[in-house]
Design a protein around this ligand. Sequence first.
Ligand code: C2E
Ligand code: CA
Ligand code: CA
Ligand code: CA
Length: 288
Amino acid sequence: QEAVRATPETRVARPDPVERINPTPTEADLRAAVNAGDIRVAYQPKARCRSGTLAGFEALARWDHPDHGNIPPDVFVPIAETSGLIDRLTLQVASQALRWLADLPGEVRTGDQNDPVLNRLQLSLNISARTLNNRALFDELAAICRKNRVPLDRVILELTETSAMEDAAVSLNTLTHLRLQGFSLSIDDFGTGYSSMIQLVRMPFSEIKIDKSFVMTAMNSSESRAVVRSVVDLGRSLGLETTAEGVEDEETMRYLKSLSCDIAQGYLISRPLFAEDIPAWYVERRAK
Ligand code: C2E
Ligand code: CA
Ligand code: CA
Ligand code: CA
């Protein structure tokens, strides 16, 4: 299982226990890292439940701090949000990821020059609530896509349920604009917020992502299964794709298939991978 061993989480040293007690980097550290272009992107595959076909990747920011080691995005993204660095971070992640996506078919040698899977992969980008009001950023994002010749409908912007509902009127406006521009839109962490279903349903999403807290516990909890089942049903009734994140074992995968969930993402398929590890991972997976 070479592909599993070569993941960023295992390859890059974790912070030692002393540092883990106080791993909070300062805003100045983060600013320096963003300025230096030290934020890297890891890519986590998403696969179709029914066929196993690779559907795309989610871009996840990674920061390997010289003193603290790997700082989790759950720690540095909030710092970026409060210090006004988030838009630059988003653009750095997006431009790295789109350049990578555009080059990928040429880097993977499967013997199939026009591998239809590789040429149609989607890329999911996480968009912070703070960014939602910044139309200029989305114009830049669209420009980055054009520069890399990636059609906008292959780019999925993931917004958390809570961020989309912070100001529902503004969101509806912005999301409609983005959708008309051509981006695909996803509701991330679905099930963790308390949004009004009626308002959500009116928004132009193309995908619902069931939060991993429900998916990871589905096999041990009838409550979690009830949530997963209802969200898959909701997605189907609304004509949205449903993605389950946090799929860690075969049993959960079989359950999702039985519900006709569309897409799965999680350690079972792969941990997030750095770009250099993906060609080998893809070739090995295709050979199975
Ligand atoms: P998220 O968007 O919900 O991303 C999914 C998280 O679940 C990722 O954590 C991923 O590594 C993890 N994960 C995936 N599959 C499994 C699994 O099977 N089991 C378990 N236990 N975990 C799994 P990660 O990379 O640490 O990211 C955490 C959060 O940081 C993300 O949650 C997202 O909210 C935020 N984030 C990451 N990159 C960016 C970014 O570029 N921009 C913004 N705004 N937020 C980001
Ligand atoms: Ca996400
Ligand atoms: Ca999520
Ligand atoms: Ca999350």
